[in-house]
Ligand binder design. Structure first.
Ligand code: SF4
Length: 236
C-alpha cells in the first residue's frame, strides 16, 4: 500500500529538469523533518490517500498527455518504486526522483532515469541523515545524478562546497532558499512570509556570491520556477 499526499501534473520547477512537463507523485512521510521544509503537509498533516499499485498506475494513466514521472515527497525512498516503474516502463515512461539521499536501493536507482539528491545542510536539523548511503549513491550512480542544495546561509554554501569538492563531476545546483525559518541565525529574508521581490533579490545576492567564489566554478544557480509563477501555492 502506498501512502500518497498528492498526484498532479505540473512543470518541474528546479534542478536539471526545470521546465519539464511531469506528473508528480508526492509520497507521504519523511523521517528528516527539516526545519525549512516547504512540503510539511507531506509528513505532518496526516492527510494522504492509500493506493494499491494498480491504483497508482491507473492514476498515472488517467493523465495520458504526460510520459514523465517525478517521485517526490516526503521521502519517496520509503516506498516500492520499482514495482511502479516496472508496471509503466514498457509504455515509454521516464522516471526521476527527488530524495534526500539517506536511503540506498540499487534496483530502484538502476531503473530511474534521473536522480536528484538533495541532502540537507546542518541548518536543516535533519534526522536520520545517512551520508554513507549518499556517498554510495554518488559513487555508483553519479553519472545520472545531480546534487541540489537549497541555500539559506553560509553554512549551506559550505556544505555544498564540500560535496562539490568530493564529487566535482556530479552537477551541483544551488537553489534559492524558500521558507519561513524560525532560526536566529537565518537572514531576515527567511524570517518573513514569502514575497516575490524578496525572493528575487535573494536570487541576485546568491548569484553574486557564487560568481565571486573560487571554489564554485562549474555550478548552477537557479530559483524555483514554480515559485516565481505561483508563489508557494500547493500542487504547482
Ligand atoms: S527531506 Fe525534504 S520532504 Fe523531508 S523534511 Fe526535508 S525538505 Fe521536507
Amino acid at each position: 500500500m502506498y501512502k500518497i499526499s498528492e498526484i498532479f501534473p505540473a512543470f518541474q520547477g528546479e534542478g536539471s529538469e526545470a521546465g519539464r512537463k511531469t506528473i508528480f507523485i508526492r509520497f507521504y512521510g519523511c523521517p528528516h523533518k527539516c526545519s525549512f521544509c516547504d512540503s510539511r503537509y507531506a509528513w505532518e498533516s496526516g492527510e494522504y490517500g492509500s493506493y494499491t499499485l494498480d491504483e497508482v498506475v491507473r492514476a498515472i494513466q488517467a493523465l495520458p498527455n504526460i510520459k514523465h514521472i517525478t517521485f517526490t515527497g516526503g521521502e519517496p525512498m520509503f516506498y516500492d518504486l520499482t514495482s511502479i516503474m516496472l508496471a509503466l516502463k514498457t509504455d515509454g515512461y521516464k522516471f526521476s526522483i527527488e530524495t534526500q539521499g539517506a536511503f540506498y536501493d540499487m534496483t530502484t536507482f538502476t531503473l530511474l532515469d534521473n536522480i536528484v539528491l538533495s541532502p540537507k545542510s546542518p541548518i536543516a536539523g535533519a534526522k536520520a541523515t545517512n551520508l554513507d548511503n549518499l556517498h554510495k549513491t554518488l559513487d555508483n550512480f553519479g553519472h545520472k545524478s545531480i546534487i541540489k542544495i537549497p541555500i539559506f546561509t553560509n553554512t549551506c554554501l559550505n556544505f555544498a562546497k564540500k560535496l562539490h569538492h568530493d564529487y566535482p563531476n556530479v552537477p551541483l545546483y544551488l537553489g534559492v532558499g524558500n521558507a519561513s525559518l524560525d532560526d536566529e541565525s537565518a537572514p531576515e529574508q527567511f524570517k518573513q512570509d514569502f514575497n516575490l521581490d524578496g525572493y528575487l533579490s535573494y536570487y541576485r545576492t546568491l548569484m553574486d556570491l557564487v560568481l565571486a567564489d573560487a571554489e564554485l566554478v562549474d555550478v548552477f544557480v537557479l530559483p524555483q520556477l514554480h515559485v516565481i509563477a505561483y508563489g508557494n501555492e500547493r500542487g504547482k
